[in-house]
Design a protein around this ligand. Sequence first.
Ligand SMILES: CC(C)(COP(=O)(O)OP(=O)(O)OC[C@H]1O[C@@H](n2cnc3c(N)ncnc32)[C@H](O)[C@@H]1OP(=O)(O)O)[C@@H](O)C(=O)NCCC(=O)NCCS
Length: 168
Amino acid sequence: MADETYVKYSRALSFRRVDAHHDAALLIRFGRDLYRRSLGKEGAFYRDYGRYGVNFPVWIGTCASANPAFAKFLEEDGAEIGLVVLGFDERDRDIGRVHHFYVTPDHRGQGFGGILDDYARDVLKDAGAHRARLNVTARNRRAIRFYQAQGWAEKERRGGLIFMETRL
Ligand SMILES: CC(C)(COP(=O)(O)OP(=O)(O)OC[C@H]1O[C@@H](n2cnc3c(N)ncnc32)[C@H](O)[C@@H]1OP(=O)(O)O)[C@@H](O)C(=O)NCCC(=O)NCCS
């Protein structure tokens, strides 16, 4: 008789609110890697966020205090595997901003970015935005392909950056 052993495997995904103080070390680790992927080096991370990158979690904390849904970790079985940071355009609240999408290296290429993108669209739409914008470095080809596949369109290129937009 055949072996009837049945193994069920499912992954529990959830979003967790970022606590800028408690999660500071993890946020800095994610931020450093994000800059490495975007620019090929981490130096600009310390230039933008100060020594040890301490201002990165502080800044994400301000996004979370504007709206708790604007800064979330994506967790798989309780472990952080992604980060999404959102906001509004400073001059036009019709326009939502995706400040960061980040998936940890060993979870890339498995569709988790699409879950972050769906989340961002829902949250920004619920918050009242009708369009969303982001920018990506021109050298980050994989991220650009990802955005195009998710329906983002290039609007402008300036200073090594590509500005992209989507309707919500
Ligand atoms: C960009 C990013 C958010 C996309 O998320 P994702 O979960 O990897 O998205 P997908 O699963 O749809 O895969 C995206 C592409 O990476 C490819 N990929 C496959 N294996 C991969 C791996 N091990 N690592 C990275 N990308 C991989 C996918 O095949 C896909 O390429 P394709 O469009 O040519 O098919 C994620 O890769 C990431 O966090 N990158 C580093 C940080 C970054 O660049 N963020 C954006 C800054 S603007």
